[in-house]
Structures are given as structure tokens and as C-alpha cells.
Design a protein around this ligand. Sequence first.
Ligand code: ZN
Length: 208
Amino acid sequence: MLTLNDYQRRFQQFALQSAVRRLLPDTRVSSCLRRLSQYPNKKTPLYLSFVKVKQSVQHKKTFFTGLDVCGSVWVCPVCSAKISERRKAELEHLLVTHRAQGGELVMITRTVPHEFAHDLKTFLTSFLKAEKILKETTAYRQLIAKVGVKGTVKVLEVTYGQNGWHVHTHELFFIEKGYSRLYGDLSGLGYDEEERRYHVPARAVYFL
Ligand SMILES: [Zn+2]
């Protein structure tokens, strides 16, 4: 059963999607859920296609079939909400399984000061390059091998505020077995003991 908040959230998603359509009229998001797709199968010509309203017995949610969907997690508020919900369920399953196997979890957040940002494209490209270079360093590789990282899940977040664009990542490390200094070692990558401040590796500075 959908609550009022669910309705409000879905209403807001469609309202936001309308705004994105006006800003990006030539992209797939502009026709997402607004145009017929070939239905019930890909051989059906469009003029014979139709739209059906269905309801999931399990989730009690109502949805359309027979409409184009863009599937964009970055620019479509409607698709990204659906995709995020599915990913959230997958991640929860991963966390429970990993913990049950005796594994450890560590979350690392990376960002850079705002004054580095000129425009979003430069900022984002530089930030991701610096992060890639950090991961290529010997110290990073040695640490990853030492703790037995099974895998990581990373989220990239971009926000805009008074100080301009702000880019950061949260990365969840699935580790075989932790040790007491694990968190410090992971977050201390790039930390200069003498200068008592963080450095991105020399090669990464080039991009910032
Ligand atoms: Zn969409």
C-alpha cells in the first residue's frame, strides 16, 4: 500500500523529470515514459503497440508497460530512483552475506577542497584521475593485498552549494579480516607524517 509520502515522492520524481526534459530535449530522458515502445514484443509495429497498467502482487506497486524508459541513473529522476532501490537491496544482501562470513567493512570518503574547482567538468575529471592514480601507488596496492580486499562498492556524489561544485566519493571496502589499525591505514594513504597533512601523490597533483 502506498502512503501519502510515497505519492509525494513519485509526484516529485515526475516533476523533476519534466524539468530535465526541458533542459535536455535531445536525450533519451526527454521521452522516458512519454512515448510508446514496441509492445507486447519488439516485432510489433508502433501503430499496433499499446500500453498496459500492471500491479505487482508482491510489491503492491502499479506501473506502465509499453512505454519507452531511458534507464539513466544519472539524469533521470524516475529511472534513477528505481535503479537505486534495486542496488540498495543488492548491497544489503552483500553486507549481510559478507558479515556472516566473518568479513570486515570499511567506508572511506574522498574529496578535495572547493577552491580547486573551476568548473564541474575540470573538477570531476581531475578528481577521478587523482583517485585513479592514488590506487596505482605501491602503498595502496600493498595495503589492499595485505588486508585481502574482496571488492569495493563506490558511490560518486556531486552537489552544488555556496562554494560551487563539490565532488566526493564514498567507497565501501569488503575486507576478508580486519586488524586494529586497518581503518587508520586505509584512510591514512597519502598522509605525510612530517608535514602532518594529506597529499595526493605527486603525479595526481598534476591533474589538480
Ligand atoms: Zn528514465
